[in-house]
Design a protein around this ligand. Structure first.
Ligand SMILES: C[S@@+](CC[C@H](N)C(=O)[O-])C[C@H]1O[C@@H](n2cnc3c(N)ncnc32)[C@H](O)[C@@H]1O
Length: 191
């Protein structure tokens, strides 16, 4: 698998997220192309964006994701980011109902409240994805959706299917009745 060094031709000094994005904030929107994330959001079949009522925008940055969402949805959008420089630009944009300076892995936002949790171009900064996924799950309302756009410089996904605990499983294993609906196994094909 390729790693960061395979792509790093400029050999910039590595800094922490807040320092890096505070410096990048003034020119960020001139360098990030919509093809990286917004074009992918356009291709998704769900959620029905116009029906989203409340969204948590994790790693909201300057508010690009929120601006895209606002064109499709009247949702109340709460943003959180580690970089004050990025948040200052989101504040000027004025789309978010609230902007929090904090970590996506422990947002302090209300649990079970969001029908959409969205994280665009953020997980490449996290050494471990488990806390992000756990926080997204905590934030999501029943039936809520987690949308993630992330770097993916490896195998190309050709097919994905999963099984959940359903009536067939519970007939075979009655003690699993309380697990009905939980995801269980997953098959993926990579090329
Ligand atoms: C590539 S930008 C994406 C911003 C925005 N979502 C977009 O699509 O334009 C990544 C953002 O994630 C933020 N970030 C990275 N790690 C974070 C963390 N652990 N908690 C909160 N924000 C974080 C950075 O400060 C930066 O604003």
């Amino acid at each position: 698998m390729p790693d960061f060094a395979d792509f790093d031709r400029r050999r910039y000094r590595a800094v922490d997220v807040a320092t890096g994005y505070d410096s990048w904030a003034p020119t960020y929107e001139q360098t990030v192309l919509d093809d990286m994330d917004l074009a992918l959001l356009e291709r998704l079949h769900r959620p029905p964006w116009d029906q989203v009522r409340r969204a948590a925008d994790l790693g909201c940055g300057t508010g690009r994701t929120a601006a895209w969402l606002r064109e499709r949805s009247p949702a109340t959008i709460d943003g959180i980011d580690l970089s004050e420089g990025m948040l200052a630009r989101a504040r000027v944009r004025g789309i978010h109902a609230s902007l929090t300076h904090g970590d996506v892995r422990a947002t302090g936002l209300p649990g079970g409240s969001y029908d959409l949790v969205i994280a665009c171009l953020i997980d490449e900064h996290l050494p471990d994805l488990t806390p992000l996924y756990a926080e997204a799950r905590r934030l999501a309302a029943p039936g809520g959706v987690f949308v993630s756009v992330s770097y993916h410089p490896g195998w190309q996904l050709a097919e994905l299917t999963e099984s959940a605990i359903d009536g067939t499983w519970i007939a075979a294993k009655p003690k699993w009745a309380h697990l009905r609906g939980h995801p269980f196994t997953m098959a993926s094909v990579w090329v």
